[in-house]
Each structure stands twice: as C-alpha cells, then as structure tokens.
Design a protein around this ligand. Sequence first.
Ligand code: BES
Ligand code: MN
Ligand code: MN
Length: 448
Amino acid sequence: MDTDRLLRELTDFLRIPSVSTLPAHNADCRAAAEWVAGELRRLGCREVQFLASGTHPVVWGVGPDVPGAPTLLLYGHYDVQPPDPLDEWTTPPFEPTVRDAKLFARGAADDKGQVFCLLKAIEATGRPPVNFRFLIEGEEEYGSRVLFELLRREPERTGADVVLIADMSYIAPKWPAVYTTLRGLCYAEITVRTAKSDLHSGEFGGAAPNAHEELVRLLARLKTPDGKIQVPGLYGAVRRPTKAELATWKSLPFKDGEFLKHRVQARALTGLKGHSVLERLWALPTLEIHGIMGGFTADGAKTVIPAEATAKVSLRLVPNQKLKTVERQLAAAVRRFAPKYVQASVKFLHGADPATVKVTHPAFKLLDQAFREVVGRGTVPARAGGSIPVVPALGKGGAAVILTGIGLPDDRLHAPNEKLDLKQLWDGIKVFRRFYELLGARGAEDGR
Ligand code: BES
Ligand code: MN
Ligand code: MN
C-alpha cells in the first residue's frame, strides 16, 4: 500500500472545511462534493451525478457493471461538524497533522476518513468485484433533509442487496463491531419571552419577570437530578432490552470506571439509576441542553433584565419511539411547564427516527470473516448511541444495512482534536477490500 500517497490524498479531502450547518461554508461543501465525485470518476464509475443539488449536493455514483455479482451501496457523508472551540485544538482543525501515528483533523474519523477508506478499498481490489452504487451526502450532520426528500421521490436509489455504512467505531481497540440499533434525534430551540423589551434591573427588578430565569426553571422541570426525563409520555414506547441482550453487554470490553476516567474525564457519571451505563447510552432516551442564548454575555457588566431567552436542546430516541410523537410530547411539556405570563415556543430544527437493523444476512458473516482475517477478531454486535438520520430509509427497499466502522472510541467526534489512528485506516482499507472480494465471490451463490 502506498501509504504516503494515500495520506496526501486524505489530507487534501480533510483540508476542505465542509461544515454543513454554517452557510458561510456552502462553497466548501460543494468543493468536498467535487472531491468525492473526482474519486468516483477515477474508480471508473459510469455515472457520477450531483443529486438534489440544493446547497450540499448528494453525490451519486454507479460503478462498473459486474454481471452476476451482488449490488453494494456505499453510504457516507462528506460534511463535518463545526470545529469550535478553536483554541482547544493542538493544531488547527483543517490543517491535518500526524502526531503519534494519528491523523488529527475535523472529519478524520467522522466521516471523511471512513468514506476515504471505503473508496480506497475499491481501488485496492484492482477490478471492482461487485456492482457498486454510491450515495455520499453533505448534510448528515444537519439532519439529512435533502437526502430524505430525494429517497422519498426516488426510492429505487436504494435498490441494492447490501448497504454498507462505515460511520462508527470499534467498541474497543481490537474489537470491531456491527451495530443493531442507532438512536434517533429530536433537535429543538425553546424560546421564552417575558416582556416587550429588556428592562433596567434596578428600576424593574423585583417586580418584572426575567426570561432567563423562566427558561432555566422550565428546563430544570424537564429532567430530574437523577436523570429521569419529565416529558409526559416520553417513556411510553421505550422497551427494555431483553435479559439476554443485557447479559451479552456484560461480556463486552467496557468498564464504567475506565469510561469515566479516560473518555468522559469528569468526576462522576450521571443518569438513570438501576440501568447500566451501556443501557443508558444505547437503550434509553436522553435530553441534553446544548446552549442558551440571549441576555448579556459580553465582557463587562450590564444591569439588565432580559426579555427573551432561547435554549438549543435535543432528545435522543430509542427503538420504538417516533420522532413525530416525541415532537408533540416536547411541545406539550413546554406549554405545560411555562407559567401563564410567559410566552414559550418550540421550533424543531431537525431530527431522525431511531433505527433497528437485523444482522442475519449472509453478508454479515463475510464482514466478520474479513475483520477476523485482517485484525484477528470478528465483529461483535452492539448498539450505538449516535444517530444517522437516513438509515431507516436506506433499508426500506429490502437491502441488508450493515452499520460498522473503523474508528476507535477515543476519536473525539464533534469535539476538539478529532483524530483517526493511521493503523485503523490501513487495516480498514484491507478489511473492506477483503469484504468486497468475499461478497463478489459469493454473489453467484448465496451472498445476495
Ligand atoms: N457518525 C455519527 C453517528 C454516530 C456516532 C453513530 C457515534 C454511532 C456512534 C454521525 O455523523 C452523527 O454525528 N450524527 C448526528 C446526527 C444528527 C446531527 C442528526 C448525531 O448523532 O448527532
Ligand atoms: Mn458521521
Ligand atoms: Mn457526526
């Protein structure tokens, strides 16, 4: 493997600041889409198109025909999360740097590095052994609205035997995984207005309502200190994992103490008592406050009573919950918890239903074999706490959806100093190459 060349190429991709949620980066998202399209052409795709060409195009590709072989759809995303806080990066987020055999950059693991891995594994096969299709989108980190619409209009795009998604990590070093569920997401802004405009806190303080005070009280009502979410009805659809599944989680290489000390790096873990940490991360809904806006936050001091305050919040949803229902439940809870003299409103920004996939299709055995051959251990089934909005839609046409990844749990996705271990990347290219070849060889028999 010409690792120097590969590293140079990945570095070019990572240098493009394709932050999908910030309009200032629209041109960069376009440039990242062009980069992907260029790679697909180099792989000999007979069709490469930008679909739903709103701001961040979906890159669609059709690989060379391989008669009799199965069809494999590769899904991934070229967009990334905002890199802030910038001063916490050791080297700048869009100047990819290798330290300690790790490549540091925004998108190194989520998901540009993994898209790169899937594509370079095709190149490594020499001649593609299966019928490749590609859907590489640029809005995953912002809810995938464009791709959703597209798949509703053109569901035939997902007509494949297998969909492969590499947008996750091993569950521990040397422990590759396939994921059986993803959590869903309901992202919202809650706004509270208490007066026509801001007021002098001396003239009015003591008698006028304060928007920030009302907002924090409202937010505090939404969750108890021990982690129970107080949105009425929210837990109604939640099913506990079976005893058997909970038991298998006990044998995974996951230790609460290590998780706290090395990954969370806080003083204590929080959340619902009576449920293991993995159950809290994988099988229970959450409510998080991401930020609170409004009032006076600049340098110095200003004595003012704010008239408006907004919080960005999100709930993670677990299998059997529905985004639409949860949106209704959250809006009702906000109406119910806000006092009469407060105007409270909820605006939903984006969201995703949770996803469940079966891991029984023969292709899972082939991926297991590929990992076993290359890294010495096959895949363990696990669940994931994160979300990939289009996963339920990708499986609608009957394809087996494989959720896996080559990252490691300490890659710091969405956070400062995101990285990808180079060993994971080189191994990943070998694993996927082997998987493609196994799938191609089995195609004529039962691989489909
Ligand atoms: N790759 C992640 C999803 C992920 C992360 C799954 C870790 C499993 C483990 C993806 O890029 C992501 O971050 N998705 C967003 C979706 C949202 C913005 C709609 C997420 O989960 O916050
Ligand atoms: Mn991702
Ligand atoms: Mn992400």
